[in-house]
Design a protein around this ligand. Structure first.
Ligand code: GLN
Length: 495
């Protein structure tokens, strides 16, 4: 039998169903691995006792005849999802020692499917960042090279899955925080269409962009997780009112005209020329081009398309996201949640000191940018202009989708950089988000799948972007690609 930590979600589900292994055994095995790999910095909280209680309950449900692909499968949550049983900090000192009185909907849904929560995973403070170095607690290391970042903001989720500490994890993606760390860490991740997963209990960064999604080692595992964590939620007013979807079935459904050797026959893949600029790192370009050639061999056809406002996505996102963040983060005032300054002269002084002490530098920068672009004199020039461009970016995608079914390109312009490399240059870090921001602004689904290796032996991800609610098409194409390649099963040396 494969070592327990090497098993993916689907494989583990089968081993649990055939009683080759119990959930308690897997849970104990992974908890020991988590303890042995503390140096990676991926975990902010681990609760062995609660995890074992959940595992026992899952084993009892199996013994009573219940089935389900996730029943007894361990996972962990990005520390941006509130949990009753475990602390939730959002990577911020502001929420040190915070305990939520309720669970996020995504957490509730995954628990109902029988998953076992091992703990909470490190992330950039309030999900703001691209390297996980903005966590108030500690940086996370990339298991492919521990001197490099895992990507962000869901860096703990990516590292935990890549290092085989857990078969799956949740994450959130506001401007790329599932796709980019998945790419940097050699795992698979999907951000569904805005509204597919409930935002209830997901600590808000930029509400019109935030979306939850899974990290796992394959598209198949992602399909199983997304099926369990998605669905309409009346507690989230932006939740999409749609019938529950079976993403796993969609992933397996053959396309019309498909053959055994050409499962993607008829699939038109659009390549936006702006996603392949001269400045794109050669190693990333090579890996992505090779992956595209594989997709062609599988029957897909490649068509040239254009997303002319790709570069503008950066200023548009870095106006809209901070604007929403400045409003969302006003609730952290020392009165209602979390940290409160110990000494202060009066109420205003209490607010000031609480926020000065509780927030880190990147969060403060975003609050200042956000309040600036929303202020009376600048609203029209910045915020309103950005909103108009956001609409045009979404329209550009619709023009592409009249000529293709899926859009493909790189996830990020380079492989994972060294810890500390972009530390004092926030703009350099913002610029690296160029290929993930457009789909976020348009609210489209996007995924990242391992597609080879580049400089320093670091993983390179292929990004696939679908039209609204086209997760099934994305997962189908990604699964076909993974049936034909083995990038996604490669593990970093020593893991
Ligand atoms: N890197 C982007 C930012 O810093 C995206 C973060 C995210 O998707 N949560 O805002």
């Amino acid at each position: 039998m494969t070592a327990l930590h090497r098993m993916g979600v689907a494989e583990l589900g089968r081993a649990l169903a055939s009683k080759e292994v119990s959930s308690v055994e897997v849970t104990k095995h992974l908890l020991a691995r988590v303890a042995d790999h503390e140096h990676l910095g991926a975990w902010l909280a681990v609760d062995a006792e609660h995890a074992l209680a959940q595992a026992n309950a899952a084993d009892a449900r199996r013994a009573a005849g219940e089935t389900g692909p996730l029943l007894g499968v361990p996972l962990a949550h990005k520390d941006i999802f509130v949990t009753r049983e475990l602390p939730t900090t959002a990577g911020s000192k502001m929420l040190a020692n915070y305990r939520s009185p309720f669970d996020a909907t995504v957490v509730t849904k995954l628990a109902a499917a029988g998953t076992v929560t091992l703990g909470k995973l490190n992330c950039d403070e309030f999900a703001m960042g691209s390297s996980n170095e903005n966590s108030a607690w500690r940086a996370v290391r990339n298991p492919w090279d521990t001197t490099r970042v895992p990507g962000g903001s869901s860096g703990g989720s990516a590292t935990a899955v890549a290092a085989r500490l857990v078969p799956a994890a949740t994450g959130t993606d506001t401007g790329g925080s599932i796709r980019q760390p998945a790419s940097f860490s050699g795992v698979t991740g999907i951000k569904p269409t805005y509204g597919v997963c409930s935002r209830y209990g997901m600590i808000a960064f930029a509400s019109s962009l935030d979306q939850a999604g899974p990290f796992a080692r394959s598209a198949e595992d992602c399909a199983l997780l997304l099926g369990a964590m998605s669905g309409f939620d009346e507690r989230d007013s932006t939740s999409a009112e749609r019938a529950p979807q079976d993403f796993h079935a969609a992933m397996l459904t053959p396309r019309d005209g498909a053959t055994a050797s050409q499962p993607l026959k008829g699939l038109r893949i659009g390549l936006p020329r702006e996603f392949f600029p001269a400045a794109l790192a050669a190693d990333v370009n090579d890996a992505v081009r090779t992956a595209l050639a594989t997709l062609e061999q599988l029957g897909a056809s490649l068509v040239d398309v254009s997303l002319p406002r790709t570069e503008l996505s950066i200023p548009v996102y870095y106006i809209i996201a901070p604007a929403e963040a400045s409003s969302n983060l006003s609730r952290f005032d020392g009165v209602r949640f979390g940290h409160r300054a110990k000494q202060y002269a009066d109420l205003l002084d209490m607010y000031k000191k609480t926020r000065a002490e509780g927030f880190g530098p990147e969060v403060k920068r975003r609050i200042m940018i956000g309040t600036y672009v929303l202020s009376h004199g600048y609203y029209d020039a910045y915020y309103l202009q950005a909103q108009k461009l956001r609409r045009m970016i979404a329209d550009d995608f619709q023009r592409c989708f009249s000529r293709c079914d899926v859009i493909a390109g790189p996830v990020a312009p380079t492989v994972a950089w060294k810890l500390g490399d972009k530390g004092d240059d926030p703009v350099a870090s913002y610029l690296a988000d160029i290929f993930t921001l457009p789909a976020s602004l348009a609210g489209l689904p996007g995924m990242s799948l391992p597609a080879g290796f580049g400089e320093g032996g670091m993983p390179v991800g292929l990004q696939l972007i679908g039209n609204y609610f086209g997760e099934g098409t994305l997962l189908h194409a990604a699964h076909a690609f993974q049936q034909a390649t083995d990038w996604h099963v490669r593990a970093p040396a020593g893991f």
